[in-house]
Design a protein around this ligand. Sequence first.
Ligand code: SF4
Length: 247
Amino acid sequence: MSLVPSWSYTAVMEYIQCPRKYQLNRVLKVMPFQETEAMRQGNIIHKAFEDRLREGKKLPEHLEHFEKFIAGMERKVMSEQWSEVGAEVEIVYDRDMQPVGSWAQTSPRPWFSKQAWFRAKFDVVAIIDKRRAFVADWKTGKRKPDLPQLELFAACAFKSLPDLEEVTTAYIWTKDAKQDKRVFYREGSDGLQEGVSEKSEAQIWGEWLGHVDRIDTSMQQDKWPCKPTGLCGWCDATPKQCPHSKK
Ligand code: SF4
C-alpha cells in the first residue's frame, strides 16, 4: 500500500517543485507557515464568490463586474436550460480512487472521512445536463494558464459524474476578468471523435498517480532531494532546514 497518506493537486505540485519542501511541509510538518497578503486577498475573494453563489450575497465593489456572469448562469438554471450551479464542490476519493460519499455531498462531509485519500475542490460547477458540465477555478494572481490542473478537473468530473460526456474546464482570472478554457470529452463519446481532447481520462489519472508513486518512493527510501530554483525566494524553509533558503 502507498505510504502517501493523502494527496491533492497542490501537494503533488509542491513535490514536483521541490521534494525537500514537500518533506518539510507535509511529512515533518516543520515548515513555518506565513500567510502572504496575496493569499489573504485570494481567500477573501473566494469567500465573496462562494457567498454570492450559495446565499445570493452582493459581491464587493471590486468584483461587481462578475455579477453579470453569475446571474447569467443562474438565469439558465431558472429557465431550466441548465440543471444546477454550485460553489466550492468537494471531490473525495479513497485509495482505490473510488468516490467517497455522493457527488457534492455536504453532510457528513466526505472531506473529513477516514477513507479520504484524494481531495479536490471546484470553485464553480454548472451541471448543464446529464452529458455536459462546466467547472471553473477563480484565479486571483497573475494570469498563467496551467493545463495540468484543468486536466485533473476534467478527470475528476468524468469520474464523479458517470454519464458526463463533455466537460468545459476554466480558469477565471479575477484581476482582468478573462477566462482560459479547455474542453474535454469522455473516451468513446461522440465529442472525442472530433479530436478536441488531448488526453483521455485514463491517461490523465495515469500521469497523476505516477507522480503519487514518486512521492511514495521518496517516503519508502526517505529521500527528499533539494531542487533549488527561482522559486526558493518564496519558500518558507529556514537556513537550518535548507542550504538554499533565502530567509
Ligand atoms: S529553499 Fe528551495 S531548495 Fe530549499 S526547500 Fe525551499 S524550494 Fe526546496
